[in-house]
Ligand binder design. Structure first.
Ligand SMILES: Cc1cc2nc3c(=O)[nH]c(=O)nc-3n(C[C@H](O)[C@H](O)[C@H](O)COP(=O)(O)OP(=O)(O)OC[C@H]3O[C@@H](n4cnc5c(N)ncnc54)[C@H](O)[C@@H]3O)c2cc1C
Length: 443
């Protein structure tokens, strides 16, 4: 799809009283590193996007000394977790995602309560697609498996009474409406998890590009940064977003088939008189189209008078050498979105002048669009957990992913997934290197 689509003996640690009543371990000066500033932690998390930040918070909450390392400035705009909006929805064609979404909803609420402010604005969610579309039908079935009501509408007369009559179904299409939708403020959400992790004693260092991760006989893991700092940890989480393939190749020699895509998020001007109707307060939904081009959007929130209607597509890129010029066919992509808007949201959005704002971001696509959440194995055994390949749909599930990853590095297994009835199998790292068994059907 381009535009075209490891354990250090516990006795090594001193203890101090934690804020949440749990035993918390304080980072130690490493014996070999005295005087050189080396420090040893229980868990070192590499990558302070939404996944690493949630994992650091969850590990710190489990009473571990945690170091979170980020190559750029915190809250930078060079990865995948920045920007103005991300959506949440439970409509998934694969059955293991709705339970993860529901668990995440619970964890998002807990985190917002702990922080004292909100990063998620709830809205309904609208899916549209051909009546026989297998993915859409599976999404409806999977909602019912987790008791999420999904209302199916197959006539424009019925749809006209909803969402201020904004949407018109193309011939042969149906609409599926669920109450579970909403919009995150992504940069604010990442900052919230930093604040919560810090409150639980985590240490965060930015401008700390990890250049080497090695097994270490003293602690378990030894991490070097490009500017010569050394940190030791019992265990490590690698949550480096679009840099995952480069990082894993440097660690294990394996080439992960995760493709970074440079994407542009498009914002359009709402026609005068329709601005209020497209606000979350008016009940306007997050929305997704299941046809080609694959379009999605959010209510008007980020920029007054503008609405995000954009394309799930991007150009293959090297995350360290991105082409920041719009080029590469964006005008063709914008034309596709404009045509879709005129057909499905007629008369409500100015399309003639093209999008008003375009914001760059990066997707990390796995071939099957499932996440990667697994132990690295090899010489690192179960001391390194890899979390990546979130394939343009990970943000909403970051709190659950963070908890799973923290459970894996702290306790050796993701107890959460068992509790919510989800298997880890779809998320295995090794799946890309295995033959598909005869008779096995990959969705
Ligand atoms: C345009 C767009 C729209 C999206 N919309 C949605 C949506 O609506 N709903 C949804 O659920 N998801 C959505 N997603 C997907 C979601 O945003 C991502 O899945 C999620 O942000 C990935 O987070 P991450 O922590 O894995 O990656 P990142 O946020 O990129 O974080 C990885 C971090 O690791 C750091 N790093 C890399 N290498 C090193 C190193 N060597 N040393 C130290 N640090 C390093 C990077 O600098 C980066 O900060 C969207 C993504 C994009 C791009």
């Amino acid at each position: 799809m381009t535009w075209s689509r490891r354990s250090r003996p516990d006795s090594c640690h001193r203890h101090f009283k934690p804020i949440d009543g749990q035993e918390r371990r304080k980072p130690q000066k490493a014996a070999m590193g005295e005087g050189s500033g080396e420090q040893t932690f229980d868990i070192i998390v590499v990558g302070a996007g939404i996944m690493g930040s949630c994992a650091a918070y969850e590990a710190a909450k489990l009473g571990k000394s945690v170091l979170l390392l980020e190559q750029f400035d915190l809250l930078h705009h060079l990865g995948s977790s920045h920007g103005e909006s991300r959506t949440i929805r439970a409509t998934y064609r694969r059955p293991y995602y709705p339970p993860l979404v529901l668990e995440s909803v619970r964890l998002w609420e807990e985190a917002q309560e702990a922080a004292g402010y909100r990063v998620l604005t709830k809205t309904p969610h609208l899916d549209m697609g051909p009546a026989g579309n297998p993915s859409l039908l599976a999404a409806v079935r999977n909602c019912s498996l987790v008791s999420i009501p999904a209302k199916v509408i197959d006539s424009n007369t019925d749809l006209a009474g909803l969402f201020s009559g904004t949407f018109q179904l193309p011939d042969g299409e149906i609409a599926v409406i669920t109450d579970l939708g909403g919009v995150f403020k992504p940069t604010k959400a990442v900052a919230m998890f930093h604040a919560l992790a810090l409150r639980h004693g985590a240490v965060i260092k930015d401008r700390a590009r990890v250049s080497e991760i090695k097994p270490d006989e003293i602690a378990g893991i030894r991490i070097s940064t490009a500017d010569g700092r050394i940190f030791r940890g019992s265990k490590c989480v690698v949550a480096v977003g679009a840099w995952i393939s480069k990082m894993i190749e440097s660690l294990s020699g394996e080439k992960l088939p995760v493709q970074p895509l440079h994407a542009l998020v498009l914002y359009w001007k709402i026609k005068e008189g329709f601005e209020e109707a497209m606000l979350p307060a008016a009940g306007f939904p997050t929305f997704v189209s299941y046809t080609e081009p694959h379009i999605y959007g959010t209510p008007s929130m980020e920029f007054p008078g503008l609405i995000k209607v954009t394309l799930f597509a991007g150009q293959p890129c090297d995350p360290d050498r991105r082409d920041w010029t719009a080029g590469g066919g964006i005008s063709a992509a914008a034309a596709e979105v404009a045509e879709w808007i005129e057909r499905v949201m007629p008369g409500r959005v100015e399309t003639a002048g093209g999008p008003v704002i375009m914001q760059p971001c990066m997707y990390s696509m796995t071939p099957d669009e499932d996440f990667i959440i697994d132990f690295l194995g090899g010489e690192f055994g179960r001391n390194v957990v890899v979390a990546g390949g979130f394939s343009a749909h990970g943000f909403k599930m970051a709190p659950a992913v963070g908890r799973m990853v923290a459970e894996m590095v702290v306790g050796g297994e993701a107890a959460t997934v068992e509790r919510i009835g989800v298997e880890m199998r779809p998320f295995r790292l090794g799946r890309f290197f295995e033959e598909v068994q005869a008779g096995e059907v990959k969705e």
